[in-house]
Design a protein around this ligand. Structure first.
Ligand code: GDP
Ligand code: IMO
Ligand code: MG
Length: 435
């Protein structure tokens, strides 16, 4: 002990990468537990920007054990490119481990993801088109190819052939695509295998060993609660479970190994891709927040939809994840906006009012936020390093959130850089000495 799970409490892009990077300084290991390179985690360190899709956000500390757990889906091309880019920047990636049991994204997963979205047309989910859904589908169908299969050419070829067989019909339009040639694909994936071999490991025991000697393991989530395939806004979700419970399955530890669960939420809300978003701001204010927050996708560059903080959805996220602490990021982005609204309930077109997050898809699609209005502030807060440095109305905003949700705020982001953070001290955990 202790195990700390970090999850997105909204629709992704809450600033998980920055938070994990900060805490990782004092952690013995960081383990990614789900998702794949649909994730884009940005870390700004000494003015340098790092964008990670697969590599855990602790990698900037030389030699830090950073594991890609069994629950992650790995595109080996993306992973090798990410590792090459880190090496070119002179970083030590010796601590990077990839679970032998993690599933591989194959070229046909990318094609099926593209084709599926094209077929849905107007109804499309707006996936990142990285092959995530089709890869998890193969995993569930027991047709998946795993990292360990890269190390045996004969097994690899047999498994690719077996996995492609049931897809013959859907892949027919791509029959001449050289990406789908069995021999070429096997060859290419064998090359990835050779490159990744030094990193391939049984990652669960790595976490066990750290926990047994009382070290700190961070379980790093990707995406966010509202994109969870079971608990999110299905079908406008990703194909994995970004909620905290999945940390156990995706890393190979038990619930009793988890001591803290921190949810990350922006001081407002964003969403990339299609699906319900009850507090969306379509007009000039939404545009203003997008510009101030730099709300463009890390992975696809798409403009993110923006809206007011949704406390109905956030309270649901507190419950579903069993959050013990909340991190509010990007508070600085709200500077100059007055008043600031927060949704405390939803209304549906028939005037029905919801205090709890509605489970029914047709209700959720039409639900709109009902707001409480709070005073804004004009002062630049990026230099604030303690709670007391914040203007009174910013403190009142945070207190309102914490009271509504009934959990402590542990950190507050006031800018993208490493040091632009306030540690409130509400929960004791290892923290940078300089903070
Ligand atoms: P993740 O996917 O949850 O890791 O989040 P992203 O990296 O996709 O998006 C968060 C963006 O906000 C990144 O560009 C971060 O550098 C930036 N960011 C994180 N925290 C703060 C903050 O407190 N203030 C501001 N202005 N930017 C932040
Ligand atoms: P991070 O880890 C925000 C969204 C996509 C789409 C839906 C399904 O950076 O927070 P997928 O490709 O997963 O099948 O797409 O999920 N999505 C994300 N949105 N942040 C992410 O990751 C996301 N990963 C997937 O936009 O709506
Ligand atoms: Mg992101």
């Amino acid at each position: 002990m202790p195990g700390l799970v970090i999850v997105g409490a909204q629709w992704g892009d809450e600033g998980k990468g920055k938070v994990v990077d900060l805490i990782a300084e004092h952690a013995d290991a960081v383990v990614r537990f789900q998702g794949g390179n649909n994730a884009g985690h940005t870390i700004v360190r000494d003015g340098e920007v790092f964008k990670f899709h697969l590599v855990p956000s602790g990698i900037l500390y030389p030699g830090k054990i950073c594991a890609i757990g069994n629950g992650v889906v790995v595109d080996p091309q993306v992973l090798t490119e990410e590792l090459d880019a880190l090496r070119r920047r002179g970083l030590d990636i010796g601590g990077l481990k990839v679970s032998a049991n993690a599933h591989l994204i194959m070229p046909y997963h990318l094609l099926i993801d593209h084709a599926g979205e094209a077929k849905l047309g107007e109804q499309k989910i707006g996936t990142t088109r990285r092959g995530i859904g089709p890869c998890y589908a193969d995993k569930a169908a027991r047709l998946g190819i795993r990292v360990q299969d890269l190390l045996d050419e004969k097994i690899l070829k047999q498994k690719i052939s077996a996995a492609m067989e049931p897809k013959r019909l859907s892949l027919r339009p791509f029959a001449k695509d050289p990406m789908l040639d069995l021999h070429a694909m096997t060859e290419q994936y064998r090359t990835f295998g050779a490159r990744l071999e030094p990193h391939i490991a049984d990652t669960a025991p790595i976490a066990w060993r750290v926990l047994e000697r009382n070290g700190l393991v961070i379980f790093e989530g990707a995406q966010g609660t509202m994109l969870d395939i079971d608990h999110g806004t299905y079908p406008f979700v990703t194909s994995s479970n970004p909620v905290a419970g999945a940390a156990c399955v995706g890393a190979g530890v038990g619930p009793t190994d988890i001591d803290h669960v921190w949810g990350i939420a922006k001081a407002y809300a964003t969403r990339v891709g299609a699906g319900p978003f009850p507090t969306e701001l379509d007009g000039a204010l939404g545009e203003e927040i997008r510009a101030a927050g730099g709300e463009f996708g890390t992975t696809t560059g798409r403009p993110r939809r923006t809206g007011w903080l949704d406390l109905v959805a956030l309270r649901y996220a507190v419950r579903v994840n069993g959050l013990t602490g909340l991190v509010i990021t990007k508070l600085d982005v709200l500077t100059g906006i007055d008043p600031i609204c927060v949704a405390t309930r939803y209304t549906a077109p028939d005037e029905a009012s919801f205090e709890e997050f509605p489970y029914h898809q047709s209700v959720l699609h039409k639900a709109r936020g009902e707001y409480d209005s709070l005073a804004g502030w004009q002062e630049d807060i990026s230099g604030a390093r303690s709670y007391d440095d914040l203007p009174e109305s910013a403190r009142a905003y945070l207190d309102y959130i914490s009271d509504f949700l009934g959990i402590p705020i542990v950190m507050i982001g006031v800018g993208p850089a490493r040091d632009e953070i306030i540690w409130t001290g509400a929960v004791e955990l290892p923290r940078p000495a300089a903070a």
